[in-house]
Each structure stands twice: as structure tokens, then as C-alpha cells.
Write a protein that binds this ligand. Structure first.
Ligand code: AMP
Ligand code: ZN
Length: 479
């Protein structure tokens, strides 16, 4: 097995991963802000975190993974106030949609799902600790963090603090590096907005204190890994470090991992550009959950991911290739005995796969190891060189692969149905049906029955019934 190495934003280096307690990982993930449906950019980051979690589990670590739902922040407060509903009423719909989306994309549940609004007392206690140590000051009913008091401020995002005016403040939860200022820990209530009555006064928490308080409440004062998208490094994670370390005097997290952003066809995703997609937008266009998961997982997390519809199609065929191979392995009758060359080839592929993921989760290298192997194994099967003795080891390799990538099980149709997408979302045009019928025919002629069966099933899932006639021609009709 290969040494696991991860890029730590704190050091700017790829480092060997060594948790505090051998065999156990305490990991905190900043969850979604549930003010709207999550978009595919959000899921680029959530899938990276899922791949990390699944890989660590595969390597035998016991995970204690905590993920929060940010169900109070500027955007939620504003939207709930505008809609004249309570925070819970406003966020519940998006929280449930997020859980559905995670299930659909096979994003595993962390050990703990927690909500910010269930942890106001822990946030108040943390602010009180900071008050006692004079890291805070009050202004107009709000409580601010004095960043000049924390000498290590900026160590994560490496911001330049020269020229920062002492006492200049920022009230927004999200702001740019250029506006690094004292930030709000606790915000005074505004008319019409939700607030809590607490020992530190009436008001509501700033976004940053939420994650510091929740992470430490569940995982202790020092975590092993803290993750998020790159936009969270500043100010959110920088402020989490300032709050937590000022209160405890201990390192808050030993490894900080950040995913680069997703772009769409080379551009920043935005509603105004018309290139903004939620999962549901893509499912409504007939794309499958497994294609999206594969497309998002296949680009290593520290590389910018350029999402394209061509790429999504390619992801769909990659998944098909893997499913077909898995079926061939399951159904195939191979000659008895074993072939040492192939046995060695499987061991090498399994090692290359592990080496790719161990190297800062290089999913591209890991997948290349798998696909090279599948190509060679298919050729060996065609030639009758792949023997029965190699089936179990190949299946083990595939099982390990799928514990991390989770795309082999053919459950797309069922998942889409659960989300309310009926067969119409998956409906094929006549030309597409004809194309698949020809593909199936070619596969049958090559005696590749696994592929032929897969195509028949895919067509059936999408409402097309095939009738093979005696003269070898094929007719099809819609259900
Ligand atoms: P939010 O709901 O805005 O707090 O974001 C949830 C997660 O998605 C965070 O980890 C963000 O860093 C991440 N995120 C937001 N936009 C993108 C994007 N375009 N690409 C990748 N990750 C993103
Ligand atoms: Zn957070």
C-alpha cells in the first residue's frame, strides 16, 4: 500500500497524511448554505469530499466526519425576511433537496449531519471565551473579532495585512481578501429579521463562528482534516482558525484541503450568463446521476474543472464501459485455470489505482489505471486468455474501485424516479434509438452478449421494447 499524501493549504505543500490517533480521522466539512438548490459547482466540492472520505475508509480509517447545514447566514436571513417565513420554514425545503441530491449522486452521509441553528448556545459560549481573552469588542449591539490581536491571522490564505486599519469592520459574512477587516461574531438584530435572546445579547451569529463552534463541539479542539471549496479559504476558514485558536491556544485543524472551482464551458457559472445548473436541471435534460458523479469525480480536486456537455456524454460512456465490463465478468464463462501474466496485470492495476488516490487524490491517474486494465482484460477475454482463476481478483479490484467512485450499480432510473423524473426525462429520439439498436446488433455479431444485454436494458429503462425476429432483423416500439 502506498503512503497517503495530501495537499495542505496551510503549508502550501503535499504532505504525508498522519492523523492524531492512528487509524482514526476527525474530519469537518463546511456544508451547504441552504438558501437555494445546490448547483453542480457545489457538488464538485461535495464529491471531492466524498471521494476523500470513501478512500480513507477503504484504507481502513475509522471516520468521524461532521458536516453542517448553514441554515442561518446573511442570504438566508434576507430571503426568509423577504418571504415573511421563519428560518426553519425557509430552509427546510432546500435542506431536504440537498439530502435528496446527495443520495442521488451517491454522496455518503457523514457520521453527523448538524444544523447551525441547533447550536446557538455553543456559539455563544465560544464568543464568551473570546470576550474573556479580549479578542472582541462591541459596537452598536454587534460583537466583532479584533484581527490584529491574533498574530497568526492570514496564515492559511497568506493575505498581506499591511495597511489594514485597526478598528475597520466588515459586517457581511462573505467578503474579498482586499476587505480583510475585523469581522462580526455576533450581529445586532435588525427589524423584521430573526434573532435569538442570549447571554451576550439579542442577535444572531456570524457565519464563521458557526463552523468553529460546531466543529469543536463534535470533534474536539484539534481536527485532523477540514475541507471546503477554495472560495472558503478566505475569509471563512481564516476566520475559523482565528476564532478557534485564539480560544483554545491549540491548532484548530492539522490539514486543510480545498477544491478548485468548477467552470462551465470555460466560464464562471452564473445565473446571468445562463450557464447555471442544479442537478435537477441536468436530470430534466435526460442526463444520468452516474454520468454527473463520474464527470465531477474524474478531474483531480486541485485542478479547475471545466464542465462541458461533451464531457458529460463522455462520462456516460465511460460508466457504460465499466458497467459492461462488470457484467461480462459476472456472466462470463472463462476457461478454467489461471494466467499468471494476467494475475500480475491485475495486481499492478490495483496498485496503480491506489497510488493515484494516495497521491493527493489524483483521480485521473487512478481512473487511467482502471481503464487501461479494462481495455487489456477485454482483449484477453476476446482471445480466451482471461481465465476463471482471475475472476475473483478482478472483482476485488472492481469492488475497491467502486467503494470510492460508486458508479457501477445501475440504479440511475430508480434514483431519477425518486426525484420525480419519469421516463419522459429519459426519452430518446428515434435516431438515438436506431443508433443503439445498430450498436446492439454489432455487439451481438461480435458475440459480446454483455454489451448487447446492457443496451437492451438501457433501451427498456428508457421505454423502448425490442423485438428480435427470426430473420435476424430487429423491430422496436415505445412502451
Ligand atoms: P455554499 O453553499 O455557498 O456555502 O457552498 C457550498 C460548497 O460549495 C462550499 O464548499 C463552496 O466552496 C463550494 N462551491 C461554491 N461554488 C463552487 C464552484 N463553482 N465550484 C466548486 N465548488 C464550489
Ligand atoms: Zn464552514
Amino acid at each position: 500500500m502506498n503512503e497517503i499524501r495530501l495537499h495542505n493549504t496551510l503549508s502550501g505543500k503535499v504532505e504525508p497524511f498522519v492523523p492524531q490517533t492512528p487509524g482514526e480521522v476527525k474530519m469537518y466539512t463546511c456544508g451547504p448554505t441552504v438558501y437555494d438548490y445546490a448547483h453542480i459547482g457545489n457538488f464538485r466540492t461535495f464529491i471531492f469530499q466524498d471521494i476523500l472520505r470513501r478512500f480513507l475508509k477503504l484504507r481502513g480509517f475509522k471516520m468521524t466526519h461532521v458536516m453542517n447545514l448553514t441554515d442561518v447566514d446573511d442570504r438566508i436571513i434576507a430571503n426568509a425576511a423577504a418571504a415573511k417565513v421563519s428560518l426553519r420554514d425557509y430552509t427546510e425545503k432546500y435542506a431536504q433537496a440537498f439530502f435528496d441530491d446527495c443520495r442521488t449522486l451517491s454522496v455518503q452521509s457523514p457520521e453527523q449531519w448538524i444544523r447551525a441553528t441547533d447550536h446557538i448556545p455553543q456559539m455563544v459560549q465560544l464568543i464568551e471565551r473570546l470576550q474573556k481573552k479580549s479578542f472582541t469588542y462591541d459596537s452598536e449591539g454587534s460583537i466583532y473579532y479584533r484581527i490584529t490581536k491574533f498574530s497568526r491571522y492570514g496564515k492559511l490564505s497568506k493575505i498581506d495585512l499591511t495597511g489594514i486599519q485597526a478598528g475597520a469592520r466588515v459586517d457581511n459574512d462573505r467578503y474579498e481578501k482586499e476587505s480583510a477587516r475585523d469581522f462580526a461574531l455576533w450581529k445586532a438584530p435588525k427589524p423584521g429579521e430573526h434573532f435569538w435572546e442570549t447571554a451576550i445579547g439579542a442577535g444572531r451569529p456570524g457565519w464563521h463562528i458557526e463552523c468553529s463552534a460546531m466543529a469543536m463541539a463534535y470533534l474536539g479542539e484539534t481536527l485532523d482534516i477540514h475541507t471546503g471549496g477554495i472560495d472558503l479559504a478566505f475569509p471563512h476558514h481564516e476566520n475559523e482558525i482565528a476564532q478557534s485558536e485564539a480560544a483554545t491556544g491549540k491548532p484548530f485543524s492539522r490539514y486543510w484541503l480545498h477544491a478548485e472551482h468548477l467552470l462551465v464551458e470555460g466560464e464562471k457559472m452564473s445565473k446571468s450568463l445562463g450557464n447555471f445548473y442544479t442537478l435537477r436541471d441536468l436530470f430534466a435534460k435526460g442526463h444520468k446521476p452516474s454520468s454527473l458523479r463520474f464527470a465531477l469525480a474524474s478531474v483531480p480536486y486541485r485542478r479547475q474543472l471545466n464542465f462541458t456537455f461533451d464531457g458529460l456524454q463522455q462520462a456516460a460512456s465511460s460508466v457504460e464501459r465499466l458497467r459492461t465490463f462488470a457484467d461480462r465478468l459476472k456472466q462470463g464463462k472463462f476457461p478454467a485455470g489461471s494466467n499468471s501474466t494476467i494475475a500480475e496485470r491485475i495486481a499492478k492495476a490495483a496498485n496503480d489505482f491506489d497510488a493515484g488516490l494516495s497521491d493527493d487524490l489524483n483521480t485521473a491517474v487512478a481512473l487511467a489505471a482502471l481503464f487501461d486494465f479494462v481495455r487489456e482484460a477485454n482483449i484477453a477475454m476476446d482471445k480466451g486468455e482471461f481465465k476463471q482463476g482471475e475472476v475473483a481478483a478482478t472483482q476485488d479490484f472492481f469492488t475497491n474501485f467502486d467503494q470510492v467512485f460508486a458508479v457501477i450499480q445501475d440504479d440511475d432510473t430508480a434514483k431519477l424516479k425518486t426525484l420525480g423524473f419519469g421516463s419522459s426525462a429519459l426519452e430518446l429520439g428515434d435516431a438515438e434509438v436506431e443508433e443503439l439498436v445498430v450498436e446492439r446488433d454489432t455487439a451481438k455479431k461480435k458475440r459480446d452478449f454483455a454489451t448487447a444485454d446492457r443496451i437492451r436494458k438501457e433501451l427498456a429503462d428508457r421505454g423502448i421494447i425490442l423485438e428480435d425476429s427470426r430473420d435476424g432483423s430487429v423491430r422496436w416500439k415505445r412502451k
